[in-house]
Structure formats: structure tokens, C-alpha cells
Ligand binder design. Structure first.
Ligand SMILES: Nc1ncnc2c1ncn2[C@@H]1O[C@H](COP(=O)(O)OP(=O)(O)OP(=O)(O)O)[C@@H](O)[C@H]1O
Length: 348
């Protein structure tokens, strides 16, 4: 991590009655960094945001914001004292206020001219200067989301929390807005934490991503490392596409599986141990000259590429990304080559 920590969660626990829904959540976000909690429905992402914002009391651990302990044994700061901005899934705009009224809503402490200036500045930042007198019902989903962002940024929060901010938008707009929002946050040096179950959104927006499963954080890392060096099988499955092939540890640091023998540091089992070898679609290359053959059982056109599902002689399936001018029919046998940088395997 570069820079001073702005947000630190130290073994945070949240319980609803007897049920633990956040279990020992620890993470640090540096000032100016954008983090993301990614995970399936019900894993505790929203609860984590609510705990940080101060809407949810924590039952263990502590939360620190810019050096202040805002939740923990020493007490619990109310949301308004934490100086945190929030953007919600449903935008939560005030329907009776126009765009300028929505953005200026939390700025009563400013004089009228200051407030006007601040609203204009924020609307310019989110590209809505021309719509300051429009009402929310007359705006598209993407425009409403930008108003919500401008409103959350207007009081200059120490931290911005975004809860599934793009989930009501179509896929294309989602990615476009993710990049736009990242640009806005980065230019202004705003620290933000987003929650989503959409990994493309996480990849487009965040510097650091935490994959959550059943209230626990499995890995808090860059998108690259989550994809290429997943900490466990859940992360490997949840992030990116891939399949697993059975393998055996044949000597220290060496595993053998259907596509060959490779170096792989496996610490969880000894020689003879059974492992599951992770193969990403980019690890399997199509090569007509290769003696290794596999049968096309499924294909998905992705524009520049086909994603082929291939059956190996054992019947196990692997995925392969192949340039789309290599258009092979279902049932055809094609040559493949293993082109893998570092092998990841998990003990069975
Ligand atoms: N007020 C509550 N009382 C009891 N249980 C709750 C409460 N709020 C959430 N839960 C439970 O806590 C767990 C975590 O919920 P949370 O909303 O944090 O998950 P999530 O990852 O944000 O899910 P989603 O992506 O569906 O919003 C869920 O099993 C949920 O049913």
C-alpha cells in the first residue's frame, strides 16, 4: 500500500442476533485509493458498508477513519460525525428537487453564493451542467446516477461509499460510467469503497479488490493477483473464468496433470497429494501443429475471439480463448498447447 491509511477495518464483526454476518473483516485503504468489496449475494458486503458509515453497530473489532477510531471499544460515532458520503443502488434522489437542488441539499452551512458555486462545480465534474434545472424523473438512469454522485461529493466527504451504484443500469452503460466515476474520483483524490457482485465493475473502478465469502474476506488484492494468484478455490472460481483439472504432486514443487508436468509450489500437501489445477482460458492455446488434441464441445462468439469449451481425452473440460478467424465446428478435434506462466493448484 502506498500513502497514509485513510480507512482501516480491524477484525470487524457484525452479528444479527446469534448469526455472525461479518466475521473478522480486516482491510486498509490508503488515502486516494479506490477499493471494492466483491462477492455473491448475502456475503455481507452491504453490512460492511453500513458498519463503516455508522448505520450498523459492530459487535467486535474496530473501524478507524483518518486516525480516529469511529467504532470499537472506545465508542461508536454517529453517521453524521464520520464525514462519509454515500451513493446508493437506487440513487435515492429527492423527486421534488431539481438537479441543482439535489446536489446542494447537504450544503446548508455554505452561504447562498458559495453553495451555488459548489453545485455548479460538481455538475461540471459529472458532466451535467446543462441539466441543473431538470427534475429526476426526466433524467436517464445514468444521469440520475451522476447526480447522486455529485450530491455525495458536494460536502467534500473524507470517504465515499458506493453500494452497487450501477446495478440498475444496462451492462454497456455500467462499464462506461465505472470508468468515468474512476476518473472523477482519481482527479479529485477521493478515497472510495464500492460494493458490487459484478467483477467487471470492480475491475474497471478499483485499485484494490476484496473477495468476500460468507462474511469473511478471502483476499484483498489487485485485480491482477486475484485472477492470476487467487488465495483459495472460492476466489479462483468467483473471479474470471476457468476450470480445474485433477493433478498429483509428483515431487517437491512439481505437479503432473493431463496436460503435462509443471513447477508449482504447493504447500498444503506432500508428494502423492491430490490437487485441483486451475486453468484459465488464456492458458490453453489453439495450435494446429500440436500433438495434444481436444474436442470442441461448445463455443461462444465473443467478437474478436471464440471461447471454446474443449473436452480432453479423459473427458475433463477446459476453456480456450481463440482468435475468431479460427472457426471450428462442434465435435471437431483441434490441436492445443499449454501456455501457462505459473501454475496454481489447490489441495483436494
Ligand atoms: N437487519 C438484518 N437482520 C438480520 N439479518 C440480516 C439483516 N441485514 C442483512 N442480514 C443478513 O446478513 C447477511 C449479509 O447481508 P448483506 O446485505 O450484507 O449481504 P450482501 O453481500 O450485501 O448481499 P446483496 O448483494 O444481496 O445485497 C445476509 O444473509 C442477510 O440475510
Amino acid at each position: 500500500m502506498n500513502g497514509k491509511p485513510l480507512l482501516t477495518l480491524d477484525s470487524v464483526q457484525v452479528r444479527y442476533r446469534e448469526r455472525v454476518v461479518l466475521d473478522g473483516l480486516s482491510l486498509t485503504l490508503a488515502a486516494g485509493e479506490i477499493g471494492c468489496l466483491l462477492g455473491p449475494s448475502g456475503c455481507g458486503k452491504t453490512t460492511a458498508l453500513r458498519a463503516i458509515a455508522g448505520f450498523e453497530p459492530i459487535t467486535g473489532g474496530s473501524i478507524h477513519l483518518n486516525g480516529d477510531t469511529v467504532a470499537g471499544e472506545t465508542g461508536h460515532w454517529p453517521p453524521q460525525r464520520r464525514g462519509i458520503g454515500m451513493v446508493f443502488q437506487d440513487y435515492a434522489l429527492f423527486p421534488h428537487l431539481d438537479v441543482a437542488g439535489n446536489v446542494g441539499f447537504g450544503l446548508d452551512r455554505l452561504s447562498k453564493p458559495e453553495r451555488k458555486r459548489r453545485v455548479e462545480e460538481l455538475l461540471a465534474v459529472v458532466g451535467l451542467a446543462d441539466l441543473s434545472h431538470a427534475y429526476p424523473h426526466a433524467l436517464s438512469g445514468g444521469q440520475q446516477q451522476r447526480v447522486a454522485l455529485a450530491r455525495a461529493l458536494a460536502p467534500a466527504p473524507r470517504l465515499l461509499l458506493l453500494d452497487e451504484p450501477f446495478s440498475n443500469l444496462d451492462v454497456e452503460l455500467r462499464e462506461k460510467l465505472s470508468f468515468e466515476v474512476r476518473e472523477i474520483l482519481k482527479v479529485r483524490g477521493i478515497t472510495a469503497l464500492l460494493v458490487t457482485h459484478d467483477q467487471h465493475e470492480a475491475f474497471a473502478l478499483a485499485d484494490r479488490i476484496g473477495v468476500m465469502h460468507q462474511g469473511r474476506l478471502c483476499q484483498w488484492d489487485s485485480a491482477y493477483r486475484l485472477y492470476h494468484e487467487p488465495a483459495n478455490r472460492f476466489v479462483a472460481d468467483f473471479v474470471g473464468e476457468g476450470t480445474f483439472l485433477p493433478g498429483t504432486v509428483v515431487e517437491a514443487g512439481q505437479i503432473e496433470f493431463e496436460l503435462g508436468r509443471r513447477t508449482c509450489p504447493v504447500s498444503c500437501c506432500g508428494i502423492g497429494g491430490q490437487v485441483a489445477v486451475l486453468l484459465r482460458p488464456d492458458d490453453i492455446q489453439h495450435d494446429d501443429a500440436s500433438p495434444m488434441r481436444a474436442q470442441v464441445v461448445k463455443k461462444a462468439f465473443r467478437g474478436a475471439e471464440f471461447l471454446y469449451t474443449l473436452a480432453l481425452p479423459s473427458g475433463h473440460k477446459v476453456l480456450s480463448l481463440v482468435p475468431s478467424h479460427h472457426d471450428h465446428a462442434i465435435g471437431e478435434m483441434i490441436g492445443i498447447r499449454l501456455e501457462i506462466d505459473h501454475v496454481i493448484a489447490f489441495c483436494e
